[in-house]
Design a protein around this ligand. Structure first.
Ligand SMILES: Cc1cc2nc3c(=O)[nH]c(=O)nc-3n(C[C@H](O)[C@H](O)[C@H](O)COP(=O)(O)OP(=O)(O)OC[C@H]3O[C@@H](n4cnc5c(N)ncnc54)[C@H](O)[C@@H]3O)c2cc1C
Length: 534
């Protein structure tokens, strides 16, 4: 069996795990991150994409609200290319308790958020989709955040300091000797090959799977798996995040991202952490609640539905779903269970991943005798793209194409522009919805973590726009043929990719989306003859 050696193995390639890897690397601690799928395989690609201001939590949990506010400010600073600083609104609709407003305003002020009341007419002018029966509205510093970009920013930053990641690699055993962790056994999910990684510390950042990982070490860790479904609309319905001004509940947040809007979420306890299948009944419920703020909601095309599973830490009592805290818990299993070198970080929010990583690495660094302080709040994930480079990019990809590619690629933008300047055939836009060029696809395809069309999608957004891959997936497949890692069965690549898209399209299959799906089927079955493809 192949072996490797490092100081720390991090399990889980979500926001928490990649944030931890970066923090370790910046403190000079060697680390390998192991992820069973691609990065963002779990909840960190299945959320609203809301960078909370903290206002949502102010009444129920002051500490969580303050943490969100602080981390919101830090992420805007260190990850500017991942954050759309659009601001947020809390609006009250008929039926919402008017007495809640004063409590909420006071709680926000206590947490340092300071909501500003705005005139309802002004609100409706700027956001005409909202219903005219809205009674009050307040501005807060919410923002939209791109989960994929944050994760890749974390990993690229960590790699610059020597960290390593292994995707499609599952931890299948945790080895220990005399009450101390000695390493992990991993299985490559694509080849079946097994490997042992010797290490001093294992960090369990496996989100909704954290209980399963603890069980591999023979420990009990209770994580409630709370599934939430969201719907993506093919329109930027409003220009700010819109939250319902009432205690947190289902379907009360709209988050615009670029040209689309995400509405969510539901809340339902599930047994399986991999349970990310959205149901039509959940979509209908979201529409019913969403209509109370946007009366014409059903007239806007839904592109797809998707679902994620919240890992809610459960120290003992029997509460479920929304009643359980959204806060995080850092569990030192040396203290709790007498197992040295094993730490779990559970719960929390995407917004607070950096803080969760900092607290985890503070503990691990102290145990390893490393006294370097955390630097993740100071050093940016990527350097800002220089104006001169952006101008060169605009000449090869056009103005919006260059802007989007620069935001997505960060430090790698220079290499992609250079390639496109040298080989004009690479300037072609393969994904028109998201403006992804062949140059960008070719660059990403060379990354050692790219094995499938879906990996290209997560790294570039190819196939995530209006057509949901109808046009660009076929083109991309052709372009990948020359890379060794894509030398397998092309029909399988394409059908896997389309099947994953279909999973999200099926629950919203009526109206405009049904028409689009029929067009897509006709193109693949009749025009491209997919059934006959080898
Ligand atoms: C519907 C919904 C909406 C949300 N909205 C927001 C929001 O708007 N803003 C916000 O701040 N937060 C939001 N959250 C919360 C936020 O998304 C999560 O708290 C966060 O993404 C969790 O990140 P994580 O890294 O801990 O877990 P994950 O992203 O799930 O990462 C854990 C990883 O561990 C991997 N793994 C598991 N087992 C193994 C194994 N044996 N070997 C190797 N790898 C393994 C998994 O594949 C997974 O990729 C939302 C959550 C949900 C469900």
């Amino acid at each position: 069996m192949k072996t490797d050696k490092t100081q720390v193995v991090v399990i889980g390639g979500g926001a928490t795990g990649t944030g931890i890897l970066r923090d370790l690397a910046l403190r000079g601690i060697s680390g390998i991150l192991v992820e069973q799928g691609d990065l963002a395989h779990g909840t960190s690609s299945r959320f609203h994409g809301l960078l909370h201001s903290g206002a949502r939590y102010a009444v129920k949990d002051q500490a969580a609200a303050r943490e969100c506010l602080e981390e919101n400010k830090i992420l805007r600073r260190i990850a500017a290319n991942c954050v759309e600083p659009i601001g947020g609104l809390f609006v009250q609709a008929p039926g919402d308790d008017p007495a809640y407003v004063d409590r909420w305003v006071a709680a926000c002020q206590d947490a340092g958020i300071d909501p500003e009341e705005i005139d309802v007419q002004e609100l409706l002018q700027a956001n005409p989709v909202l219903g005219t029966n809205i009674t009050r509205a307040f501005k807060v510093p919410d923002a939209a955040v791109d989960g994929f970009r944050v994760l890749w920013g974390n990993v690229n930053s960590a790699r610059r300091y020597g960290a390593k990641i292994m995707t499609y690699t599952r931890v299948t055993a945790i080895h220990q000797s005399n009450g101390r962790v000695t390493g992990v056994e991993v299985t490559n999910q694509l080849t079946g090959a097994k490997q042992f990684i010797e290490c001093e510390t294992v960090i369990n950042a496996a989100g909704a799977w954290a209980g399963e990982i603890a069980a591999l070490a023979g420990l009990e860790l209770k994580v409630i798996k709370d599934k939430g479904t969201l719907v993506a609309f093919n329109h930027r319905l409003m220009n700010r995040v819109v939250n319902r001004l009432r205690p947190p509940g289902d379907g009360d947040i709209f988050v615009p991202h670029g040209t689309i809007t995400i509405l969510g979420t539901t809340s339902m306890t599930v047994d399986n952490p991999a349970c990310s299948q959205p149901e039509q009944s959940e979509v209908l419920r979201l529409l019913q609640i969403g209509r109370e703020l946007v009366p014409e909601l059903e007239n806007y095309r839904m592109i797809r539905a998707f679902a994620g599973v919240r890992p809610l830490y459960q120290p003992g009592n029997a509460a479920e779903g929304r009643a359980v805290t959204r806060n995080f818990a850092l569990l030192d299993h040396q203290q709790l269970d007498g197992l040295t070198g094993f730490v779990s970080i559970v719960g929390g929010k995407f917004t607070t991943f950096r803080l969760m990583a900092e607290k985890t690495v503070d503990l691990v660094a102290a145990r390893l005798g490393v006294n370097k302080p955390c630097r993740t709040a100071e050093e940016p994930l990527t350097a800002p793209v220089a104006d001169e480079l952006l101008q060169r990019g605009k000449k090869v990809f056009g103005i919006p194409g260059a802007q989007k590619a620069a935001e997505r690629l960060g430090d790698d933008f220079a290499k992609v522009v250079e390639q496109a300047e040298q080989k004009p055939e690479l300037q072609k836009m393969f994904c028109e919805c998201e403006l992804v060029s062949l140059a960008e696809i070719s660059h990403v395809a060379q990354d050692e973590t790219c094995f499938a069309l879906g990996d290209i999608r997560r790294k570039t957004r190819m196939g995530m726009g209006t057509c949901q891959g109808t046009f660009c997936s076929y083109r991309t497949l052709g372009a990948l043929a020359k890379y060794d890692r894509f030398a397998g069965n092309h029909r399988a690549y394409l059908s896997n990719f389309l099947q994953k898209r279909w999973k999200g399209i099926r629950p919203v299959l009526w109206g405009q989306q049904l028409r689009e799906a029929q067009l897509s089927t006709a193109i693949y079955s009749s025009l491209f003859g997919m059934e006959r493809m080898k």
